[in-house]
Design a protein. Structure first.
Length: 91
């Protein structure tokens, strides 16, 4: 059986630290990839928004299902972009 010498311990310790740093770095880079944590944005057209603002709650049938993300004027309509907070509508 081989016994770890002093230089082998240092080398193995440094390799272990390097591997931990690489694992943490790769994990952080995956967290910053928008495709992995992206939520779809849905759009609806309204003729009157009645004081609606970005960040307001979206309610469907009286249930809070998401938030308003964007608002754009398109001719005589207002296009509202909203995201559902993990809520599925229908099947």
């Amino acid at each position: 059986m081989r016994v770890l010498e002093g230089s082998n311990r240092v080398r193995n310790g440094l390799m272990g630290i390097l591997i931990v740093i690489l694992v943490i770095g790769v994990g952080q880079s995956f967290a910053s990839v928008p495709m992995l944590f992206a939520t779809p944005t849905y759009y609806a057209e309204f003729s009157d928004t009645g004081g609606l603002n970005n960040g307001d709650k979206v309610r469907i049938a009286g249930v809070d299902v998401g938030t308003v993300r964007s608002m754009e004027i398109d001719g005589d309509k207002v296009v509202i972009g909203y995201a559902l907070g993990g809520t599925q509508i229908g099947k």
